[in-house]
Each structure stands twice: as C-alpha cells, then as structure tokens.
Design a protein around this ligand. Structure first.
Ligand code: NAD
Ligand code: MG
Length: 386
C-alpha cells in the first residue's frame, strides 16, 4: 500500500522538495492533497503532474482559475482558510506534511492531529507558539510527530533504539548563517539580498532571514523542547559551519551520538515519510577526505540576540514564545520590505515581549489573541520608528 500524503504548503521550498521525494519514490508514496497560499499557477502544475484527490488554495480570489484548470481532471478544488484547516480530515490521508510557514500553519497542524493523522512537521512555528497544546493533543490522539527540520530529524535518528535511556543533553548544530563571525557594526547596513544568501541551505525567505539572525536556531531550541520533552538547560546550540553533523544527543554515560549527511532537506523529509524504513537514494555521499576540518564553536548571542531572546521566551513560557514568534514574523517581513534594519529586528521582538500581557497557561483562543496583538504592537513599533 502506498502512503497517501497531504502536503500543506506544496508550493514552498519544503513542499516542492517533498514532491521530489514522492516523484523519486512513487512506489511508496502518493500525493493525496496539495495546498498553497496564492501561487495558483504552480499548484495547478503540481496537481496536473501528481493527480491528487484534492487541492486547496487559501487565496479565494484564485479559486475559479484553479477550479477551471483541475476539475476536468477529476481533482477536487477548495478555497479559503476553513477548507485549508478541514481538508486534513479526509479519510484517504495517511500522513500530513505540515509545511506552511509561520503561525498560519498552526490551525491545520492542530486539525491534522485532532483528526488522528500521523504528522510530518516542518512548520516549527506551530510548536513554538503552542507546543504544550500540540504535544498534549498528539498524546491524546496517539499521533506520532515525525520531525522534518534537519536538526530534529537528526536527534530523532540518534534516539532510535535507545528505548528508555534518558537523554542527558542535545546539541543543536547551527551553520551560523551568512553572517557567522561578523560584528554588530559590520551588520549595520545589511541588505535583504545579503541576508537571503545562505551559505548551506536553499530555503523560503522567512526561514532564511531567521537563519541570518539566529532566530531560526532559537525557534529550533523551543521546537526541540516540545518534540523531545527536554528542559531548556538540556538544549545547547553549537555552531558547526560545515553543516555535516545535523545534531547530536548525549546520554547519561557521556556517550554522544551524531547524525551526519550532506545538507539536503530531501533526506529528513524522506525519513519522516518512510520511518522506520530507510529508502535508497542516489544523492551524493559524504566524502570524508574532503572534510578534514569539522569545526565547532559557541554562538555569539550578543551580536545575534534573537537566540538569547528565544531562550528567554522558553524559560518564561506561557504566551511569551507566541509573542516572540509573531513579533519576529512582522519584523522579518518589514526587514524584507526595507522598512527595518537587520540589527533592529531583535529590538522589536524584545519590546513586544515586554509590552504584551503575560498569560501563564493560554488556551488556543488566547494564543490567537496574543498573536494578533503582538503583530499590531510590532507593526506599530516599526511605524513609529520610521
Ligand atoms: P516557503 O515560504 O518556501 O513556503 C511556504 C508554503 O506555505 C507555501 O506553499 C505557501 O503557499 C504556504 N503558505 C504561506 N502562508 C500561507 C497562509 N497564510 N495560508 C496557507 N498557506 C500558506 O517556506 P519553507 O521554507 O518551505 O518553510 C516551510 C516551513 O518549514 C517553515 O515553518 C520553516 O521554518 C520550515 N522549515 C523549512 C526548511 C527549508 O529548508 N525550507 C527547513 C526546516 C524547516
Ligand atoms: Mg533546521
């Protein structure tokens, strides 16, 4: 039986690579549902190639275009936010890949778990915002969450076969991004083009900027806290510019396991799809002769303050990670639009974390309210600055 996969965010970087995996391993997987925000043209092309049962376009103004193109091919077409959330209930879906970017992915992630669907999770922001609710619901519904983020996939792979052995600590590796080793002064006039030029990974714009500020690593620290049920003190970030070791786990006997591979997101995507099996690929193997210098260092959290803010948000808990995430989304988008300097991003996030009322145990509605409020406050701070 082929595994029928719903790809939420099929037109994005992860979504497109997930379709590459399905194309390569057509005997194991098929695309059951594809969804996109507003890239109707690419969604249509993907649907014509993969013949899913249904597609959803979030942007309702593109509905008729997608419908006209796909209905003659017997592909169901839906539009709008509600359809996006409820499509995961379809009985014929075996696994949902959550690959929407940002808070926008939270509702469909929760819905997938609620419907008892196994989940391959790329949308780290949903765990950052509501990791407590997501993991509790996954336990209740007996849903496995397979990490897609390369670091978390690495940890998941290191944990295979460890059964009840407790984890002492994990090391999340960070490439350091395009500005590794730079000072705050040198980053003063950073342009979005420079920040979008990541040395190791080719990703969507938002996560690429997050990688440049080290917020991506901060989000990943929080993601790891929830995926592996760890205390903040058990999660350490290590800068490893070669991106060969994707992360490491240290056990109570002092032994450290690492997972290695060439940087290629198709590998963790594929493992999340095929777990516990590994499928053969033709991607290049590591040539250790070419890697005589694997190096490790400490992150510079004074220049890259977003990582320190993420630890602060994690330690405080409640709705603070949600505030941090929303403010970051707004600040990153303002930076991409040329309205905010690179070095001003952490300041906006920090002010939002201080200004917005703390809620110790938010429910889903409070998370939504916090997200909305933090976006408004962040936008206001950016406006008054200009
Ligand atoms: P992307 O911007 O390339 O793609 C985002 C996808 O989400 C698109 O298909 C878009 O149509 C959809 N989308 C965006 N906003 C939406 C909305 N409001 N409603 C419905 N759909 C919407 O992003 P990406 O780089 O593929 O990242 C996706 C997620 O995976 C992020 O959470 C990111 O942190 C995570 N991730 C990405 C990578 C990577 O290599 N790209 C690696 C690890 C984790
Ligand atoms: Mg990652």
């Amino acid at each position: 039986m082929k595994r029928r996969i719903a790809i939420l965010g099929s037109t994005g970087s992860i979504g497109r690579q997930a379709l590459d995996v399905i194309r390569t391993h057509g005997e194991h997987f098929e695309a059951e549902v594809l969804t996109a925000n507003n890239n109707a043209q690419l969604l249509i092309e993907q649907a014509l190639e993969f013949s899913p049962n249904a597609v959803v376009i979030a942007d309702e103004s593109a509905y008729s275009m997608v419908k006209e193109a796909l209905e003659p091919h017997d592909i169901k077409v839906f539009a709008g936010e509600e359809a996006l959330a409820s499509i995961v209930e379809m009985e014929t879906i075996d696994l949902v890949l959550a690959a929407i970017v940002g808070f926008a992915g939270l509702k469909s992630t929760m819905h997938a778990i609620e419907s008892g669907k196994q989940l391959a999770l790329a949308n780290k922001e949903s765990l950052v915002v509501a990791g407590d609710l997501i993991t509790a619901l996954a336990r209740e519904k007996a849903v496995n969450i397979y990490p897609v983020d390369s670091e978390h996939s690495a940890i998941f792979q290191c944990l295979a076969g460890e059964f009840h052995n407790p984890v002492e600590k994990i090391y999340l590796t960070a490439s350091g991004g395009p500005f590794y080793g730079k000072t705050g002064l040198e980053l003063e006039n950073t342009t979005s083009a420079e920040a979008l030029n990541h040395p190791k990974w080719n990703m969507g714009n938002k996560i690429t900027i997050d990688s440049a500020t080290l917020m991506n690593k901060g989000l990943e620290v929080i993601e790891a806290r929830w995926l592996f049920n760890l205390k903040p003190s058990q999660i350490e970030v290590v800068v490893h510019p070669q991106s060969i070791i994707h992360s490491m786990v240290q056990f109570c006997d002092g032994s450290v396991k690492a997972q290695m591979g060439i940087p290629d997101m198709k590998l963790p995507i594929q493992y999340a799809f095929s777990y516990p099996a590994r499928l053969k690929t033709d991607t290049p193997r590591i040539d250790f002769g070419m890697h005589s210098g694997l190096t490790f260092g400490k992150p510079d959290t004074e220049t890259f303050r977003c990582l320190a803010l993420a630890y602060e948000a994690l330690n405080t808990g409640g709705n603070v990670p949600c505030i941090m995430n929303a403010a970051n989304e707004i600040a990153v988008s303002a930076f991409l639009d040329g309205q905010l300097g690179f070095n001003e991003i952490p300041g906006i996030i920090e002010q939002c974390m201080q200004k917005i009322t703390f809620i110790a145990k938010p429910g889903m509605n409070e998370y939504s309210d916090t997200d909305r409020e933090a976006r408004l406050v962040a936008a206001d701070l950016i406006k008054t600055k200009i």
